[in-house]
Write a protein that binds this ligand. Structure first.
Ligand code: DC
Length: 219
């Protein structure tokens, strides 16, 4: 069984998807982490982030691994980059890399490979492109204000100070880039269940998705 969770930055996808995977005993795959890790490597090598051929070639010589479990970890060529990929520089650069067609092609193939068993996968194009046949599809949203509040808190908890206004501006920009790109844009699949999390707790969102999974399993 496949559970696809999509939505804009700060909608709570990763937190919720991870908890749903834990409750179901499924593998959790954070596809955003893959775009982020590749972006980090490109930045370290000083490559222009909008150069499709160079970044696609970089992907070919890159090993990306995700470890699921109570502590999800991301490995870039064997190095644990779980913290480094959340830094503001990567936040700012990742949409450019995610807009490159050849890069998306490569990562989508890799993600489809990884999704062979029971999985919960989160991203932007999971329900539309990566796993169009997923039994459960959810599109999470929340108001921009609430998403910015969550993002600012998350960054502060890691010692990075950003104001709510700054977080709001960064999220709005990333949403715009993610929604407007030609290939695999951020978009709700027609058959995805729309869930607005603005006034819901994490626990409520998890329960709602689990009940969709239960229905799908019964069907
Ligand atoms: O979910 P996230 O914020 O970690 O994602 C980081 C970026 O990667 C996001 O700005 C868009 C991109 N992304 C994508 O284009 N497709 C995916 N399936 C997942 C993420």
């Amino acid at each position: 069984m496949q559970v696809a969770i999509d939505g804009p930055a700060g909608s709570g996808k990763s937190t919720v998807a991870k908890l749903v995977a834990e409750r179901l005993g499924f593998l959790y795959i954070d596809t955003g982490a893959m775009y982020r890790a590749l972006t980090l490597k490109a930045m370290r090598e000083g490559l222009p982030l909008d150069d499709e051929d160079q970044i696609a070639e970089l992907l070919e010589r890159t090993r990306l691994e995700l470890k699921s479990g109570p502590q999800t970890r991301v490995f870039l060529d064997g190095e644990d980059v779980s913290e480094a990929i959340r830094l503001p520089d990567v936040n700012r650069g990742v949409s450019a890399v995610a807009a490159l067609g050849k890069v998306r092609q490569g990562l989508v193939m890799l993600q489809q490979e990884m999704a062979k068993g029971h999985v919960v996968m989160d991203g932007r194009d999971i329900g539309t492109v990566v796993l169009p046949q997923a039994e459960v599809k959810v599109f999470l949203t929340a108001s921009l204000k609430e998403r910015a509040r969550r993002r600012a808190l998350e960054l502060q908890s890691r010692g990075i100070e950003v104001s709510q206004e700054e977080a709001e501006a960064q999220l709005a920009l990333r949403d715009k880039l993610d929604e407007s790109r030609e290939i695999g844009p951020l978009k709700k699949a027609d058959d995805a269940y729309l869930l607005d999390t603005t006034d819901l707790t994490i626990g409520q969102v998890v329960e709602e998705i689990l009940s969709l999974c239960k229905k799908a399993m019964e069907a």
